[in-house]
Design a protein around this ligand. Sequence first.
Ligand SMILES: [Zn+2]
Length: 79
Amino acid sequence: MHCPTCESENVIKNGTIHNGKQKYACKDCNRQFVLDPKNKISEEKKELIDKLLLEKVSLADIAKTVGVSEPWLQNYVNR
Ligand SMILES: [Zn+2]
């Protein structure tokens, strides 16, 4: 399991939300989140990001175009 913001695996269970879904907290960036498959970045999106990176599009523009957060994108680029 990964933090959706910083991709850290350093996440802990942190209670549940109103509808009973498991809530998690990231110990690295302190973000709290609920796992939602809809929020997963698809392979198609990653391919699009790779293409835009090759075209030297700025990270801010890529984040806006593809619909991902800039922290996530920065982390993706760093890998
Ligand atoms: Zn995190």
